[in-house]
Every structure is written in C-alpha cells, then in structure tokens.
Write a protein that binds this ligand. Structure first.
Ligand code: XIL
Length: 423
C-alpha cells in the first residue's frame, strides 16, 4: 500500500495557499515568544464554527484559521459572563454549553485560557440582586453616584430601612440597565456570589489558567471615591472584592486571580487602582495579577503606556493587557473609558483623518512600551479577531480588517517586537 495519500488538485491548491500564507505572513505569537502570550477574545461563532448574524460560514472559517495561526491565548468575549453562563437562579440555572466550547477550543489548540468574568456590575441578571429588602429611597432618582468609601476591612452590610445607601445613574448592573427593585441582603448576595464562583471556577479548574475575578470596580469620577457605586458595593459593602477573590481561591487554588479594569492610562484612575490593590494586599487577599483592559485611542503614546506600566508594576504583580483595541472613531478620542453603557457614543462621528497611519503608529508605540516592560507583562490580549466583529466595529480598532487582511497596524506590531523605530 502506498503510505502517501493521493492529493487531489483541489487540496493541493489549498495546501499551496496555506503554505504561502504561513511563509510570507509573520505570526504574532511567534514574534513575541519569550516575551508574553498574544491572545484574542472570541465568540461562539469561532468556538462552535457556526455562521451567525455578522459572519457567513466562509468568514467564520477564515476567522478560525486566523485565530489558530496568530494567537496562543484565548478568552470568551461574552460566554463566561454571569448573564450567559448563569442566567437563572437555582442549581439548573447554569448554561455551560458555549463556555465549555471555548475551553474545548483553547485546549484542542494548545492555547492558554482566561476566564472573563466572575463578578461585574454589568451583564449580570437581575435575579442576582433581587430580594425582599426595600431599596434605599435615593435609589430610584439620584442621577449621580455619590462618593463610595475606599476598600474597608469590614462592612455592616445591612440594606434594610435606615441604611442610607447612595443612589446611581442609568447603565449599571442587571444586563446593561440597573435593577431598581427590592434587594437581597448582604448574606444572600454573598451566598449567591460564592455559589456562582465555586460552580464556575470549580468546573474549569485546571483548564482556565487565569480568572478575571472582579471587573471594573473602580470609580471613574472624582478623586475621593475609589470604588464605583454598584449593586455589589451597595448591598455587600466594599469587601465584596476581597470576598470574591477568597471564593475564587477556594474554588481553584492554582488559578491566577486577576483584578481587571479600564482607563488605567488615566493617572487618576491608576492611583485608585494602586490604592485599592495595596489595601487588598495588606489584607492578604489572594490577588495575583493586574488586568489592564487598554481600550485606548490613537492619541495614546509610548510615554503614556510606559508610565502606566511602570506605575502598575510597583504593585509587584504581573500585568496582563486584557482587552486591547485602539479606537479610531472621532467619538472615542476624548477619553479612554470603556464603560459598556457609553460604548455606542465612542464609535460615532466617522474615523479620524489618516486613520490607518495613526492606528499603526499608536500600535507600534504601545507595543514598544510592552516590550520595554516585558518582564512585567505576561499576556497581551486583543479584544476581537478583526474590525468586523469588534465591539467597536465603527472605530476599526484592530490589526485585521473585516476580511482578515492585515492592516498597516499589523506590520507595526510585528516591527515593535524587533525593536523597530517609530517614524
Ligand atoms: C463587551 C463585549 O465586547 C460586547 O460584545 C458586549 O456586548 C459588551 O461587553 N469591558 C469588559 C468587556 O470587561 O467584557 C466588555 O466587552 C468591554 C468592556
């Protein structure tokens, strides 16, 4: 028998194309080998291989090929968020299918896997916060969140009548809106959080290497309020953060536990991160890495990223760049926030002039900073495979276009790996 299988003209042609792609296109995960992993956030279209609203079957196949070719780390863009993985109360309220598919995809392609995210104010179902305690009077009509306390070692945590809890504006908690009804007690909510974390992190023990345990707990406004006012902080108290890390550590003692937030390029927000993490460290909370989302824009310079990384590194924890994208839309140039409630506005107004060049320059600058700090950085994850599937599609913020063709920004990222000069 001939051990060499016959190759039809069609598969020979496909093979030739595949070889040609591999031969002349550099590979992100290879050029950064020894420095940090290069990851990507993916959706169920990639992990399950099925066409959806945004991508045809052919496009999905191309996305899958690109992910396998370029990246060695993955995270689910949505499938492990509370509303997706645990939509209903009770033991049978979990929906593990899409998250299991992500884990299977990562494992079969020998990619390391991050879990995103265990505790967050957004994309969390209403039932999580619901109970029999009346919400504070201020809860339904106060538009601006008042100062929240910094991390405290303890909290009385009562939410019954007389507990004067701060109010809030729209866009927090319970999906993208905010639940305004009767609330769970501190003890009930802690029990739900513990059950959720133990079940989810327990299920993927030994498979998910890194967990975003708490996402976006820091406040964007003011200098005094360290924590964002959320249903987590209001019902449990500021120690909800420490509790979440403790439960995650119980569930998987070997997992790397990450605190993840956006806007850390902003010195004020960064100072809040440092204040909060130092307090957690002083309390011996098992926090092992800092996730910096890095939803940035084209005016982010080498100096800004250099300074950001240098200061975060003083915490003595590894840094993971968790959700990298660089917005080129006019609407995204004023700030580097990433509050999901304000996302649409950041992609309005068309692209800035000379967007492709500005994007390439910004990518080269920030990757040069990542290389400078590669001893502190373990992972750099892009938030999406290409511009077409990006959560900021109109801001065309990624290095591959909607046809998965590398943009000038891709070459810039490759250049940065080899110490290329900025033009
Ligand atoms: C975004 C996803 O990209 C969108 O698909 C979804 O509709 C909303 O959430 N910070 C985070 C991510 O931690 O989970 C958010 O992802 C982007 C901002």
């Amino acid at each position: 028998m001939n051990p060499i299988p016959r190759i039809s003209w069609l598969s020979a042609a496909l093979l030739a194309t595949a070889t040609a792609v591999a031969a002349d296109k550099p590979v992100l995960k290879d050029v950064y080998k020894g420095k940090f992993e290069v990851g990507v956030a993916i959706n169920r279209s990639v992990t399950m291989g099925a066409a959806g609203m945004r991508r045809s079957q052919e496009q999905v196949n191309s996305d899958i090929a690109l992910v396998k070719e370029q990246f060695n780390q993955v995270v689910a863009e949505n499938e492990m968020k509370w509303e997706s993985i645990h939509p209903r109360a009770g033991a049978d309220g979990f929906n593990f299918g899409p998250a299991d598919a992500l884990v299977a995809f990562g494992q079969s392609n020998r990619m390391s896997i991050a879990g995103h995210t265990l505790v967050w104010h957004s994309q969390t179902p209403t039932w999580v916060f619901a109970g029999t305690n009346p919400p504070p009077a201020s809860a339904t009509n106060a538009p601006v969140p008042p100062p929240a306390p910094a991390v405290a070692t303890n909290s009385t945590g009562t939410n019954g009548p007389g507990a004067r809890r701060p109010g809030f504006g729209p866009g927090f908690g319970g999906g993208f809106g905010r639940y305004n009804g009767p609330r769970a007690s501190r003890e009930e909510l802690l029990e739900r959080m513990r059950d959720h974390i133990h079940t989810v992190a327990g299920r993927y023990k030994g498979k998910v290497k890194v967990w975003d345990v708490v996402n976006e707990a820091l406040s964007d406004s003011g200098t005094t309020n360290v924590l964002r006012s959320s249903l987590w902080s209001e019902i449990i108290g500021p120690d909800f953060i420490a509790k979440a890390f403790q439960y995650a550590h119980e569930a998987d003692p070997a997992a790397i536990l990450r605190y993840n937030d956006y806007g850390l390029e902003n010195p004020m927000k960064r100072q809040k991160l440092i204040t909060m993490v130092r307090q957690l460290q002083a309390q011996k909370v098992p926090i092992h890495a800092i996730g910096s989302q890095a939803h940035i824009n084209v005016s982010t310079t080498f100096e800004i990223m250099d300074q950001t990384l240098a200061e975060i590194a003083t915490l003595g924890l590894p840094i993971h760049i968790t959700e990298l994208d660089i917005n080129t839309a006019q609407g995204g140039q004023r700030a580097t926030g990433a509050d999901v409630a304000a996302n649409a506005a950041t992609t309005q107004g068309g692209q800035v002039s000379d967007a492709d060049k500005k994007l390439a320059d910004a990518y080269e600058a920030v990757f040069r900073a990542f290389v400078k700090h590669d001893k502190s950085i373990d992972i750099v994850t892009f938030w999406g495979v290409n511009d077409a599937v990006s959560w900021r599609a109109q801001g065309k913020p990624l290095v591959f276009d909607g046809d998965n063709k590398p943009k000038p920004a891709f070459a810039a990222v490759i250049r940065a790996a080899t110490g290329g000069q900025l033009k």
